[in-house]
Design a protein around this ligand. Structure first.
Ligand SMILES: [Mn+2]
Length: 337
């Protein structure tokens, strides 16, 4: 167990809501981690605490989320007001709740269960936050909760938690010993990882492929000391494109583009960069850039996103380069194509 103290506190608080109606919410669109955790939590709350649970994915599930929900037989509710308690999963900031952010002013108890480094301060004073970024995923937290409560996981529940841990550790590539131990424990419950993951893999659609290739074609390359930063412009599939530029060889990728209310910008970095520089993309870059431009931002150390109330994409991008340069004590230098 990674943090017995956190799990104990959480279990104690959840018991307070025995026999109540608990609405579980994810961040906008959901993902395997939040959906897997919601599925198992909902079963635990129903069985051990006789609570009634409802499930909401703000603004509807993404394609990836739908595939996992279908596999688990999980459906969503429409009315978000019909609850005694809200349980928010995997949400690094209130903005990630999208339209459902209104629950924060419902006056009802709100528990936030998370593994993002930003949720603690972002929800402060507005919800009870149970978070620790040592955890790889919310599914890993739920694994510990199930262990603590001696709850016997079914194969479907093991699959759900495995999927969350697998995707949130970037297919186990950034899993530490503890996360991997849990993935193995779940696998030994009798799940078939190959069948599960093949069922969840969505073929990249044509528009995403083209977006990624456009990002590569429009890319500018900067050097900051020995670090290579790739910058490009794109208004959709930003995080996918940022990931692809890191795969191509950049230590950091920054993709900015126009969005509904201004500029949205996605950041991605190699673990190597985060470890060596101590720069946390969520806290140090995305949150700061979002705030400076009248918007918001956040995420993880290696992947983050900011939304800016600003029309000029280049202004935001050059400010990002400045902030990174400041942090590293070296000015970014554009490499001539
Ligand atoms: Mn997660």
């Amino acid at each position: 167990m990674r943090s017995a103290a956190l799990i104990e506190l959480m279990a104690k608080r959840l018991r307070d809501f025995s026999e109540k109606t608990i609405m579980i919410l994810t961040h906008v669109g959901g993902d395997p981690d939040s959906i897997g955790a919601a599925y198992v939590l909902s079963n635990i709350l129903g069985r051990l605490m006789k609570s009634r649970t409802l499930f909401v994915i703000p603004e509807g599930p993404s394609t990836h989320s739908t595939a996992l929900m279908n596999r688990l037989g999980l459906s969503t509710s429409e009315d978000i007001n019909y609850a005694d308690v809200y349980l928010v999963l995997d949400c690094g900031s209130p903005e990630q709740l999208g339209e459902s952010v209104q629950i924060l002013s419902s006056g009802k108890p709100i528990m936030v269960l998370d593994h993002h480094s930003t949720s603690m301060e972002k929800f402060e004073g507005r919800a009870e936050v149970y978070a620790l970024d040592d955890y790889s995923s919310v599914c890993e937290i739920v694994f510990d909760l199930a262990t603590y409560l001696s709850y016997d996981l079914s194969i479907e529940e093991a699959e759900a938690l495995f999927a969350g841990i697998y995707y949130d550790t970037v297919r186990l590539s950034v899993a530490d010993r503890e996360a991997l131990r849990k993935a193995c424990a779940l696998a030994s419950r009798g799940i078939d990882p190959r069948d599960l993951l093949q069922g969840l893999e969505i073929k990249m659609d044509l528009s995403e492929r083209i977006a990624r290739l456009k990002a590569a074609a429009r890319m500018r390359i900067y050097r900051v000391g020995d670090w290579v930063i790739a910058v490009s412009r794109l208004s959709s599939f930003q995080s996918s494109a940022a990931r692809s530029l890191v795969n191509l060889g950049a230590h950091v990728a920054i993709i900015g583009g126009e969005s509904d209310e201004g500029v949205s910008i996605s950041f991605r970095a190699l673990k190597e960069f985060v470890d060596a520089t101590g720069i946390n993309l969520g806290k140090d870059i995305a949150a700061r850039i979002g705030e400076e431009f009248g918007g918001h931002g956040g995420g993880h150390s290696m992947a983050a996103k900011a939304y800016c109330k600003e029309r000029d994409v280049e202004r935001v991008i050059s400010r990002c380069m400045e902030v990174i340069g400041e942090k590293l004590g070296i000015t970014a230098r554009l490499i001539k194509p």
